[in-house]
Write a protein that binds this ligand. Sequence first.
Ligand SMILES: *Cc1c(COP(=O)(O)O)cnc(C)c1O
Length: 440
Amino acid sequence: MTQALPTQLCDQLPKTGKTHTFDRLVCKECGAEYPPAATHVCEYCFGPLEVGYNYDEIRRRVTRQTIEAGPNSIWRYREFLPVETDTPIDVGTGMTPLVKSNRLARRLGLKNLYIKNDAVNMPTLSFKDRVVSVALTRAKELGFTTVSCASTGNLANSTAAIAAYAGLDCCVFIPSDLEAGKVLGTLIYDPTLMAVEGNYDQVNRLCCEVANTHGWGFVNINLRPYYSEGSKTLGYEVIEQLGWQLPDHIVAPLASGSLYTKIYKGFEEFVKVGLVEPKDVRFSGAQAEGCSPIAKAFQEGKDFVIPVKPNTIAKSIAIGNPADGIYALEIAKKTGGNIESVTDAEIIEGMKLLAETEGIFTETAGGTTIAVLKKLVEAGKIDPDETTVVYITGNGLKTQEAVQGYVGEPLTIAANLESFEQALERSKTLERLEWKQVLV
Ligand SMILES: *Cc1c(COP(=O)(O)O)cnc(C)c1O
């Protein structure tokens, strides 16, 4: 399984961006440039690397019409994504519904609330399918035959599934205490699954060592610059689905902070190439109190993030040492947004609220985001008239443990009419009793 190391692959890369719209990696801190290889850290200042594009070329190639005529997936935005091939891995990822909220909006007192529903993203029901579709397409281009990741759950599902589709070997790493749905939802694709006795940050540290020794394509380590670009499509799609307009305010969950910062980059790019009119968009972020290093830094007005040990039911966003934390802080500050945290009890309430009002069963990360949305509204930090988009990033069927015991029970009955009528009567009685309790 051992193969050429990423540094060796570097020399085999095409040197110009003639047939594609990206041609380099750029250090976010010092601006040093590198060829677009499997590398993610600046050799001079250790800053993170990001893909650099030729926006003049993109502007020449892309219009609203060319995008609308493209595939019904993230690949309709392929000129904005860091791949060279004309046949990217397309498993139907992206173009998830943007739902105009009625009942949740009314409950919260908002008039223009939209839900971007990645709980139904393909193929594994979370936004991670976006980043993995891009990362594995690039991994194949760079010559990798084995792909891997350090995951809080959804990334493992997505990497294993899309690797299976693409015919890549796959070995993924998760903390050993994940929800059953996340573990089973990885194993079904038959990867090698390493359940590490430790938290995500320990898993990630181990994976950095493995990436150095095995020459595998780690989607969120040595392929991170490509991987993270996939999240920009959450920005593009919202603009297109709002009828080629920017919203006024977005609320998104933060784990490493990557998704949040890339929605920002997506908005910026569409303005830059003239696809949408510029407008100030406020960026608000959501964390679980049991793992809220970015929210804490924001509340305390700091421009750095102090790592924490995660302890929350929102495992998919439990990253104690967030790689893009400082960039998320910058964006929240400069756009006039807020980064808030909520308790595990509020997260469960958030999951139930979204399900009861909109028919969307989201996982704990979505519960966190809805609970923060509610908190921001109650604190007067969201204007009722603003066009607000809340990003729901994962599916509730994967984190059933979180709501076990917090939802009703089925009424088990005999297979006859009498038994049904009795049960119905009982259920009504119960309902009336509950109603009286609310009244007193
Ligand atoms: C991974 C994940 C996030 C956030 O990821 P970032 O590391 O901040 O990009 C949000 N929601 C869900 C469901 C996730 O799996």
